[in-house]
Write a protein of this length. Structure first.
Length: 367
């Protein structure tokens, strides 16, 4: 979709409509409105640079571009959805996925036609109503996540579009008389596609009630939120535990071994948790987001512990004065990252083997 200075997007269903207006950097959305309010909605009396009118019609399907023929639209659509002999049909290309969407907006409403004749572009042109699924496919490219999950729910139907990167995995609608049923289909599809909801973000184009939002929140967490919680977990509780180790009356080498051993135990014990974190980091990097500052929230804390102990060890004569605490702390952390990867990939079967390997590094620095 084009990023216009002044545009309106309108969603139309059997029970009414909603709209979103974008003017510069400002975005304003309505709730779901009943059909009789159409002629008293002041936003519909203006003209816009761009107008979108989407219809919640389940009567649509995608076909590969090279299989499409304009003369076969009705037959091909009738093969997958129920359409009447007099139902108008149409098609529109979806070039991003080398496909054509076949559709019929005949769902028993006339509201979309009235809106099309009322809400005009600046030049007076009308916008033809198109299926909600078409606009959902267009909006996918605006989502930054690698796993792109976009949904709408209206009039007893769930509309769901899922992509990974530039690959479209699903574009479909499901009859769902209530939101619980809609959630069932969402989780069924994600299980089929092997997508973990706990590390995925779902975006709804339709307004949701507070209860619906809370119901989804129990299963879906924003990846950024998950990452921030993880950072808090690590830099909070873990750093307190490491502080207790640092203050012990033992040799610096022994305390370094205890610190590293404790971190390794935590990674091993919370393997699934850390896998989610790595998945988030990689997905953000793939989308072009700079994760340096967020990662530093974790790395700086552990590196500080290493630098402090190394400097103390040099001062006490345990380590050679040729050791640079700053550089060696970076080496320690790099080894810890390598061990973490091995443990998360299950190539490092037990934490004991990882600890032994790390302790060898510490022993090489002793006088």
């Amino acid at each position: 979709m084009t990023n216009m200075k002044n545009r309106i997007s309108i969603q139309v269903g059997l029970s009414g409509y909603s709209f979103k207006i974008e003017a510069g950097d400002a975005i304003r959305s309505s709730g779901w409105m009943s059909a009789e309010r159409i002629f008293t909605t002041p936003e519909f009396q203006r003209r816009y640079e761009d107008v979108e009118i989407s219809v919640f019609t389940p009567k649509c399907t995608l076909v590969p571009l090279h299989f499409h023929h304009p003369l076969h639209v009705r037959k091909n659509l009738a093969d997958v959805v129920n359409i009447g002999d007099d139902d108008p049909v149409g098609y529109i290309e979806v070039p991003e996925y080398a496909a054509v969407m076949l559709y019929s907006n005949a769902i028993g409403e006339t509201l979309s036609k009235v809106i099309s004749e009322t809400v005009l572009k600046l030049n007076g042109a009308k916008q033809n109503p198109l299926p909600e699924l078409y606009y959902m496919l267009s909006e996918l490219r605006n989502l930054n996540d690698y796993n792109k999950i976009l949904a709408s729910y209206a009039d007893g139907h769930l509309y769901l579009v899922i992509a990974q990167g530039k690959s479209l995995l699903l574009c479909n609608s499901f009859a769902a008389p209530d939101f619980t049923t809609a959630e069932y289909f969402i989780f069924l599809v994600m299980k089929k596609l092997q997508l973990n909801p706990e590390v995925s973000t779902i975006t709804f184009r339709t307004p949701l009630t507070e209860d619906q939002e809370m119901s989804l929140y129990r299963y879906f967490k924003s990846k950024r939120e998950l990452f921030d919680e993880a950072i808090h977990e690590i830099t909070g509780g873990l750093m307190v535990e490491l502080s207790d180790i640092i203050d012990r009356k033992e040799t610096v080498a022994a305390r370094l071994e205890l610190v590293s051993g404790h971190v390794i135990d935590e990674i091993y014990r919370k393997r699934d948790f850390f896998l989610a974190i790595f998945d988030f980091v990689f997905s953000m990097v793939r989308s072009g987001e700079d994760m340096t500052d967020r990662i530093a929230l974790f790395t700086d804390g552990l590196k500080h512990v290493y630098r402090k102990l190394l400097a103390e060890g040099i001062k006490a004569g345990e380590f050679s004065d040729r050791v640079n605490p700053q550089e060696m702390a970076d080496v320690f952390f790099a080894v810890m990252e390598s061990i973490s990867f091995r443990m998360l990939l299950a190539t490092e079967k037990t934490p004991d083997a990882a600890k032994k390997r790390f302790n060898c590094l510490i022993q090489t620095m002793l006088h």
